[in-house]
Ligand binder design. Structure first.
Ligand code: ZN
Length: 224
């Protein structure tokens, strides 16, 4: 037995033990999935989305609609700090980006939460989503924006004009030199009306981004 075999055997054993103690669960329904990221029934029945939407001049797409198990999974991530689904979400988003935006972006970035929210929550869910979708591409997401105002959450505002007004001017560019002339893939968890994504894209373009396309884990059906 070579060292490599020993190593592989150890890794397999550890992997097996991890699976035994922390069995992988489907992030959408909680079913035990073995080695798969997603259970078979969710693979079949989730509200898959093949829509591409335009908000102003910004293109937005998502692998899923924000409904049922998807809504619960996003809530679990954001409000219950359940990060176990991140590799699944990242893979679904990476696949979606490869299918719909192939060759159209040079770098990946995300819509940040405010410093206050970050302190309270302890993590930035969109940054984690961006990092997860970048894993297989062997790149790191680029930090391009900070949220300087802790505005009321968009989820509490129904009116489209009010949603746009609520996010106007709340994002500021960081690292402008790092993305000047680059085409950016902008990541967020949910797209409702696209007001937030649209404002971020506006700020990024005015700071020198060559183009911005947006990808979210999920989007609200008919959310305009
Ligand atoms: Zn499932």
């Amino acid at each position: 037995m070579s060292w490599k075999d020993v190593n592989d055997a150890i890794n397999q054993t550890i992997g097996g033990m991890m699976n035994l103690f922390f069995p992988r669960k489907c992030p959408f329904c909680g079913a035990i999935t073995g080695k798969q990221l997603l259970c078979d029934s969710c693979r079949r029945d989730l509200p898959w989305c093949d829509e591409e939407r335009t908000v102003g001049s910004l293109r937005v797409t998502a692998p899923l609609y924000y409904e049922d198990g998807v809504r619960k999974a996003v809530h679990d991530l954001k409000f219950r700090s359940m990060t176990g689904g991140l590799d699944c979400f990242g893979q679904l988003m990476a696949q979606c980006a490869a299918e719909r935006y192939s060759g159209e972006f040079d770098a990946v970035t995300w819509v940040p939460v405010s410093h206050k929210r970050l302190k309270k929550r302890g993590f930035d869910q969109s940054r984690l989503l961006a990092a997860s979708l970048c894993v297989d591409w062997h790149v790191m997401p680029l930090e391009t924006l900070e949220k300087t105002v802790d505005n009321p959450p968009q989820s509490g505002i129904d009116d489209g004009d009010e949603r746009r007004a609520n996010v106007l001017g709340v994002y500021r560019v960081v690292n402008a030199d790092a993305f000047a002339g680059k085409r950016l893939l902008l990541i967020d968890d949910v797209c409702t009306t696209g007001a937030t994504l649209s404002e971020c894209a506006r700020v990024l373009k005015s700071a020198g981004a060559a183009d911005v396309v947006a990808l979210t884990l999920s989007m609200v059906r008919d959310g305009r």
